[in-house]
Design a protein around this ligand. Sequence first.
Ligand code: UDP
Ligand code: MG
Length: 316
Amino acid sequence: MDISVVIPLYNEAESLPELSAWIERVMRDNGFSYEILFINDGSRDNSLDVIKELQRNNPCIHAVSFSRNYGKSPALDTGFARAKGDVVITMDADLQDSPDEIPELYRMITVDGYDLVSGWKKKRYDPLSKTIPTKLFNATARKVSGIKNLHDFNCGLKAYRRDVVKHIEVYGDMHRYIPYLAKNAGYSRIGEKVVHHQARKYGSSKFGLDRFVNGYLDLISLWFQTKFGIKPMHFFGLLGSLMFAIGFIAVVTVLILKLVAMCSDTFSFWLTKSVYFYLSMTFMILGVQFFCTGFIGELITRNSVERRNYLISEEF
Ligand code: UDP
Ligand code: MG
């Protein structure tokens, strides 16, 4: 099979007939063998009935339906697990992404040899409250992930070599950082294609402004996992040592001052009134705590299946 189109959806009943007809037209015109995987993320409208109706006329349509709303990432992950096509294409269900981009995305994966091609909504039809923070968000994501050529990490329209989607786990809200996940898994040929974007025709956006706060928190988590995921002691140990060293210097200072005071008649020194006394206590306790956190982290990674997840490109 040439292409699997994975479409996560949450209350998008009105868009689905138009979207599937459009995809079918593009596939037919280009002679692709394909499947459409609708992942119904606990919709409360009649999306599921619409999909069942669509499937009656097109056996290439398949669906998975969640019992409640889990989020876009779990929906994508479920679609990825089931995708059979050589190239896997994801797109939003709200008709904001154009299926006309599919042939070129397919070509970039199969002919140009990209592992992943991400869409770039260069001209966006979204409100300003979304487009401006998005620019800032993408600049940070570029810096942190080191993927310098991407302008639009969170574009719903993306294409992957099948191998890639089988080796990444999109959990929580990590759909915003799939290129970063792919890079971490060892897939570095990541390209970009300017794609046509449309204003939402039916319904409303499913993400509010909290997307930016959560987006940044997720980026910090991902950065931490990437750098220290299987060696947490390198982070906590360094921080702990630094704190302990500061605390130790403060203890020595306090002791010297006390000794001097004991030997002198004129200089008096109250341990508990000295700032060094409190610094020594705080920093030494913090240092030990960081160290213990590091040890616990190491014990946890010791039991993690991830630690031996190497992606081997060739073996002779
Ligand atoms: N979506 C989903 N589960 C959710 C939220 C969104 O499957 O919990 C789907 C949604 O139906 C759409 C896609 O993810 O197909 C992108 O959502 P939306 O268009 O609301 O995001 P925006 O375009 O505003 O970034
Ligand atoms: Mg949308």
